[in-house]
Write a new protein. Sequence first.
Length: 72
Amino acid sequence: MTKTPIYKFRLGLITATIWENDNFYSVDMTRSYKNSEGQWQNTTSYSHADLLNLAKCAERAENWIARKSNVS
């Protein structure tokens, strides 16, 4: 994997990070939250309230990768 993401976007508290390695793409999905000290953290655990934004981010990531793959 590359050391920096090729593309990254956020929807609400959900962030999709797209990585490229030899024209192979992978996607990390995380949810941001504030811990008890008020510092921002990330997790890969999602609540019911996160699922719609998670699904939308997955769809947008798939569309971005599909467009990128067709151009190359």
